[in-house]
Design a protein. Structure first.
Length: 292
């Protein structure tokens, strides 16, 4: 009897000390969520930069000589797919030291809480993004905020550190720089870093969403968000930019580019950030016309 008890205790200790597993949060339901969350095989974009997201929501993994960095976590139900994608590439998610968030909406920050519990990584975003990330609830300043509604809520993220505009998050040999690009949300951040391969180093830009999308009744003109978005588009257009990535793969033409992988690296395009900024301004112009 004592032997069996000892065996049970040993087994319990082994289970408790075994590798941590992802404990996902409840899935978020939305019209486009199932499409966005279709699985997608991970792939290398360039050098230290890998795509580990779902088919419709980006997550980017950056490899350093001393740990990994993850950008964005998709929906709550994306976390398990991201975890599996990272492992499929031969990386260990427990080596993630920092999780960076573009903006505090359910489709990019929804999976971050579960990924943070798994990795115990620090989460970084802007000062203005803190309140929403740490409560999981949209603030009144968010264009998509609906009064007295849980719409858009996502699992709260416990440990978030604010990064100042122009400051860096450093993991091993990789410095990722924060650029505040408010407009789509007040706390939107674009992130930049360098990726080197075959003796060539390129500037990678993870440009945050610049889309004028809102709940009913919100005015981009009256709130000042339109002015901020024009400034942010200018900042993105001015960044050193060889490779453009963004929270929605559609915005950097991921699917088209994957079709053209045999023609060199289609992700390298030094005009991509300028085009991205121009199309954001076109969208905003249409939106402001509709508001008038
Ligand atoms: Zn958003």
């Amino acid at each position: 009897m004592i032997r069996i008890n000892l065996l049970l205790v040993t087994l319990l200790i082994l289970t408790a000390c075994g590798p941590r597993q992802l404990e996902p949060d409840a899935p978020y339901a939305c019209d486009r969520c199932n499409d966005w969350n279709e699985p997608r095989a991970p792939f290398r974009i360039h050098g230290n930069t890998w795509y580990v997201g779902t088919d419709g929501l980006s997550s980017i993994l950056i490899e350093s000589d001393d740990g990994l960095i993850l950008l964005d976590g998709g929906l709550p139900q994306s976390a398990a797919l991201i975890d599996a994608n990272i492992r499929a590439l031969g990386f260990d998610p427990l080596d993630i030291k920092a999780i960076l968030v573009s903006h505090a909406h359910f489709d990019h920050a929804g999976g971050v809480a579960a990924l943070q519990r798994l990795t115990r990584a620090n989460v970084f975003s802007s000062e203005a993004g803190m309140a929403t990330l740490t409560t999981g609830r949209l603030g009144e300043d968010d264009p998509q905020y609906v009064a007295d509604s849980d719409d858009g809520s996502f699992p709260a993220i416990r440990n978030v550190t604010a990064v100042g505009d122009g400051e860096f998050v450093t993991v091993g040999s990789v410095d990722v720089r924060a650029h505040y690009t408010p407009g789509h949300t007040a706390g939107s951040v674009s992130w930049t870093w360098e990726s080197c391969a075959l003796n060539t180093c390129l500037d990678v830009v993870y440009a945050d969403s610049l889309t004028a999308v809102s709940a009913q009744g919100y005015s981009f003109a009256a709130s000042g968000a339109a002015t901020r978005m024009v400034e942010s588009a200018g900042r993105i257009a001015d960044l050193p930019c060889d490779i453009l990535l963004s929270p929605h793969p559609f915005f950097f033409g991921m699917h088209d580019k994957l079709e053209r992988r045999d023609e060199g690296n289609p992700f390298v395009n030094s005009l991509a950030c300028t085009f991205y900024a121009e199309s954001a301004l076109d969208w905003l112009e249409q939106r402001l016309d509709a508001e008038r």
